[in-house]
Design a protein around this ligand. Structure first.
Ligand code: C5P
Length: 223
């Protein structure tokens, strides 16, 4: 039995990678497994939240008790997030969104004729930054996967994207982060840093949900 401390809250969570089509049979993507985002969705459901999970292509079963919306590209994820976020209390951007997409997607399979080939890419919208810029704005939480100077880069993203919290992990450390079963996070706000020590992602997600809820409650009813 666990107390339903999030009863009445609607969480919208993005998870997994995105796929940016090159032609009908090829795409650009990344190694995100979606495990962390799915674990956060389960953890929030477990303590009573209504959860909508916007997921890029991940080889994971949709978590029980939440609505899962499957998307492929960053533009599709952006569209779903912008539609759902105004109704959300808390938005957690855990997805590894592709920074760039093809300027032009070929309508037919590209043939292997040229010896060299250049793909023109254009920048994707920053989903979490666009959500936090909404006038009807949920409490907004981002992630920062870094290989060096974790605190400096995470705090930069916190202020640049106008986030309430950012959960940072050092993906250069063995056995945590991308595609791993385990993770360790440091959660930064403008004036605090909270460590979540290395543990399996479901355990880390449970602690993260508690930290997010505490910060959300503190912001909603400042003392
Ligand atoms: O700038 P960077 O990609 O490192 O920021 C990571 C954070 O921003 C994550 O929370 C990620 O989900 C979010 N993000 C996003 N849309 C993008 C790029 C990143 O929501 N296009």
């Amino acid at each position: 039995y666990r107390e339903k401390i999030l009863a009445g809250q609607h969480w919208v969570i993005t998870a997994g990678p995105t796929r940016e089509a090159i032609d009908p049979v090829r795409y650009i993507s990344n190694h995100s497994s979606g495990k962390m985002g799915y674990a956060i969705a389960r953890a929030a459901v477990n303590v009573g939240a209504r959860v909508t999970l916007i997921s890029g292509p991940a080889n994971l079963a949709p978590p029980q008790g939440c609505q899962t919306i499957q998307v492929n590209s960053a533009l599709e994820m952006h569209q779903q997030a912008m539609a759902l976020a105004p109704e959300a209390d808390i938005f957690v951007a855990c997805a590894a969104v592709a920074d760039y997409r093809l300027a032009d997607v070929a309508t037919q399979k590209i043939k292997k004729t040229a010896d060299e080939m250049v793909l023109n890419l254009v920048k994707n919208p920053d989903i979490v930054a666009d959500v936090s810029a909404l006038t009807e704005r949920p409490f907004t939480v981002g992630f920062a996967a870094e290989t060096q100077d974790v605190e400096q880069y995470a705090r930069g993203k916190l202020s640049r994207k106008k986030l309430d919290l950012i959960a940072a992990n050092d993906v250069s450390r063995a056995g945590q982060g991308f595609n791993s079963e385990n993770n360790a996070l440091t959660v930064f706000s403008a004036d605090s840093a909270t460590e979540i020590p290395l543990a399996d992602k479901q355990q880390v997600a449970g602690q993260l949900v508690t930290i997010i809820n505490q910060a959300y409650q503190a912001k909603s009813s400042p003392t």
